[in-house]
Design a protein. Structure first.
Length: 222
């Protein structure tokens, strides 16, 4: 099973590198949002530093949605998903491998780019480190939740808007505790560990629910 997981993960990473698109587009979209908002708000550095974590988290959430609609749709269109359903490997392992590959291509670059983009919103060094930590822990939850919507809309053409409508309400708790943890690191009223541990717990819960839910949705589409 581990060998199958590695093979599926490497396959999806190679496909992402060959086709390109979602990872780079997500990073460019992330950069565009974080760049535009300071221009709209003006040169008030105190205001930017206060709302900087919220800006980065909202941008990361929206950037994560880019390409999620193709998570299973491409395999559905070329018939690969039918072969994966018939494989002896549990469908949950297939979902986990595909979600992990998507996060490595999309979510991980967003977290690593946070310190650089934090300069645009006047974050302190402590705030930049907190943003990296919260995004590393929180963006997998966004991807796992999005995987359920991607599985439900895999057979629909142009299901990106429907996917966003389905999954955005469930991503709000991740956004709340991600921003709370980042704010706590730069002088909030609660310790950093409290919202950060809740965020980690939400990610673990989302991983279980997302894998099982996405696999069930794919089975129902047989």
């Amino acid at each position: 099973m581990i060998r199958s997981f590695k093979a599926l993960l490497i396959r999806d990473l190679k496909l992402a590198a060959r086709v390109g698109g979602s990872g780079m587009m997500g990073l460019i979209f992330f950069l565009a949002i974080v760049t535009l908002i300071p221009f709209a708000l003006g040169p008030d550095l105190n205001l930017l530093s206060r709302i900087g974590p919220a800006i980065l988290w909202i941008a990361a959430l929206l950037a994560t949605l880019i390409g999620l609609d193709r998570l299973f749709q491409a395999d559905q269109e070329d018939g690969s998903l039918d072969l994966l359903r018939l494989a002896p490997v549990p469908l949950e392992v297939v979902v986990f491998a595909k979600v992990a590959a998507h996060w490595l291509v999309t979510g991980l670059p967003l977290a690593l780019a946070a310190p650089l983009l934090g300069l645009l919103v006047a974050l302190s060094p402590e705030g930049m480190l907190a943003m990296v930590a919260t995004l590393l822990v929180g963006t997998p939850a966004l991807t796992f939740i999005g995987a359920v919507g991607a599985a439900l809309t895999a057979s629909l053409r142009r299901g990106g808007l429907i996917l966003a409508i389905l999954v955005l309400p469930f991503m709000i708790p991740i956004l709340i505790f991600g921003v709370s943890a980042a704010n706590a690191a730069v002088g909030g009223t609660v310790p950093f560990a409290t919202p950060f541990l809740i965020l980690a717990a939400l990610s673990l819960f989302s991983a279980v629910v997302g894998i099982v839910g996405a696999a069930a949705a794919l089975r129902s589409g047989e």
